[in-house]
Write a protein that binds this ligand. Structure first.
Ligand code: PGA
Ligand code: ZN
Length: 398
C-alpha cells in the first residue's frame, strides 16, 4: 500500500490561453501532476466545469474555487488512501461531490486529482502508465484521426463543419500512419494561401463550401502519392449542436456517396435520437457519438439499445473520473462499439490520453493536426510507446 500524503491544486493555462486546473498528488516518495483540458463545443450532458463566473480578474474564467476544492475538501477526503486503489479514490471523489454532473466540487477539480493519482500510482509501481492502466496487459496502438482543416467554433472562418480529418488506413505501424499524415498535411499547406491554424492545429482559411474543403484534402492525398479511401480516408466531426442550420440525413448520404468519407461524428444534435438511428441504419460507415453520449454510461446504453451510432468518442472531462471512463470504454467495447479517445480543443502538454488509448486497446485517437505542441505531444507519446515495445505491439483494427 502506498498512501496519498497530500494534494495540491493550482491554476495554470491551456492551449487557448485560458485558465485551467492542475492537481499535484504527493506520496512519501514522489509526486505526479495532471492538467485538465477544456472544450469549446461542449454538450449539455457533460460533467460540470467549475469556473469563477463572478471574478473579473480573469474575465470570469479563473478556476480558483476548483483549486480551493482540491486543496481543502478533496485533499482531506483522500489523505492516507491507497494510491493503488483507483476505484476507491474515484468512489470517494464521486460521493464527496454527490451530484449527478459533479456540480459541487467541479468535474475539473475531481478529474485533475483522479488522473494525478493514477499517474503517481504508476510511478510508485515503477511501470509505464499504459501498463498500469491495462487490465489484461496486452496493448494496441490506435489509428490517428488528424483534424487538418478546422471550422465551426474552433476557427474564425466560414466552414460550419467543425473538423475535417484524415485517417491513414491499414498501416502496420503508428509511425507509418504519422508519416502519411505528415505528407498529406505538408502538401495541403502548399495548396493554401492562408496557412494560419485553428484551435486544434488544422488550417483555417475561408472556403467557398464544405465540399471545397473536402476536395482540397482529396487533392493533397493524391499529391502525396496515396489513394483516397484505400490509403488515407476522410472523417468529419460536424459538431451539430453548434450548427445554425441543421443538416439532414440526405445531406450526409450524399456526402458519403460522393467522397471517401469513412466516419462522421455528431451529425445531429445531442438529443435527436431518431435522426441518429436513421443515419446509422442507412450507412455502413462509422457514426460517432460525442455530445450524444458525453462519455456517460446511461446515455451510451440508450445508444446501444436504439442503435444510434456504432462508435463513441471518449473524453475524460465529459464524465470526470478515470474509473468511470474505463467503465464506459469497457461497456462500449463489449457491445461492439468502437472507442475513440479524444483530446479537447483547449488542451495542454498532458499526454494521459495516449496511454489510455494503448491500455484500453481503443481503435482510434483524436488529437488534432500535426501542429501545436499540445496536439503533437500525444502523437509523440505514442511514437515513444511504439519504439519501446517494438514488434510486440500491433495497430488496432478499424
Ligand atoms: P471541443 O471539440 O473540445 O471544443 O468540445 C472537440 C469535439 O467536438 O470533438
Ligand atoms: Zn466532437
Amino acid at each position: 500500500m502506498v498512501k496519498i500524503k497530500n494534494i495540491k491544486g493550482r491554476q495554470v493555462f491551456d492551449s487557448r490561453g485560458n485558465p485551467t486546473l492542475e492537481a499535484e498528488v504527493y506520496s512519501d516518495n514522489g509526486s505526479a501532476f495532471a492538467i485538465v483540458p477544456s472544450g469549446a463545443s461542449t454538450g449539455t450532458h457533460e460533467a460540470f466545469e467549475l469556473r469563477d463566473k463572478n471574478n473579473n480578474d480573469y474575465l470570469g474564467k479563473s478556476v480558483f474555487t476548483a483549486v480551493a476544492n482540491v486543496n481543502n475538501l478533496i485533499s482531506k477526503a483522500l489523505k492516507d488512501i491507497d494510491l493503488n486503489d483507483q476505484s476507491k479514490i474515484d468512489k470517494i471523489l464521486i460521493e464527496l461531490d454527490g451530484t449527478e454532473q459533479k456540480k459541487k466540487l467541479g468535474a475539473n477539480a475531481i478529474l485533475s486529482v483522479s488522473i494525478a493519482c493514477c499517474k503517481l500510482a504508476a510511478i510508485e509501481n515503477k511501470t509505464p502508465l499504459f501498463k498500469y492502466l491495462s487490465k489484461n496487459k496486452d496493448y494496441l496502438l490506435p489509428v490517428p484521426l488528424l483534424n487538418i482543416i478546422n471550422g465551426g467554433v474552433h476557427a474564425n472562418n466560414n466552414l460550419d463543419i467543425q473538423e475535417f480529418m484524415i485517417r491513414p488506413e491499414n498501416t502496420n505501424s503508428f509511425s507509418e500512419a504519422i508519416r502519411r499524415s505528415f505528407l498529406v498535411i505538408q502538401n495541403l499547406k502548399k495548396m493554401l494561401d492562408n496557412t494560419n491554424v485553428g484551435d486544434e492545429g488544422g488550417f483555417a482559411p475561408n472556403f467557398k463550401s464544405n465540399d471545397e474543403a473536402i476536395e482540397i484534402i482529396i487533392k493533397s492525398i493524391e499529391k502525396s502519392g496515396f489513394r483516397p479511401d484505400k490509403d488515407v480516408s476522410i472523417c468529419l466531426d460536424v459538431a451539430a449542436n453548434e450548427l445554425k442550420q441543421p443538416k439532414n440525413i440526405e445531406y450526409y448520404l450524399n456526402l458519403i456517396d460522393k467522397y471517401p468519407i469513412k466516419s462522421i461524428e455528431d451529425p445531429f444534435a445531442e438529443d435527436e435520437w431518431d435522426s441518429w438511428n436513421n443515419l446509422t441504419k442507412n450507412t455502413n460507415i462509422q457514426i460517432v457519438g460525442d455530445d450524444l453520449f458525453a462519455t456517460n454510461k446511461k446515455r451510451l446504453n440508450r445508444g446501444i439499445n436504439e442503435k444510434s451510432a456504432n462508435a463513441i468518442l471518449v473524453k475524460l472531462n465529459q464524465i470526470g473520473t478515470v474509473s468511470e471512463t474505463l467503465d464506459v470504454i469497457d461497456h462500449a467495447q463489449k457491445n461492439d462499439f468502437k472507442t475513440i479517445i479524444s483530446h479537447r480543443s483547449g488542451d495542454s502538454e498532458d499526454t494521459f490520453i495516449a496511454d489510455l488509448c494503448v491500455a484500453t486497446k481503443s481503435s482510434q485517437i483524436k488529437s488534432g493536426s500535426l501542429a501545436r505542441s499540445e496536439r503533437v505531444s500525444k502523437y509523440n507519446r505514442l511514437l515513444r510507446i511504439e519504439d519501446a515495445l517494438g514488434n510486440s505491439i500491433k495497430m488496432a483494427k478499424i
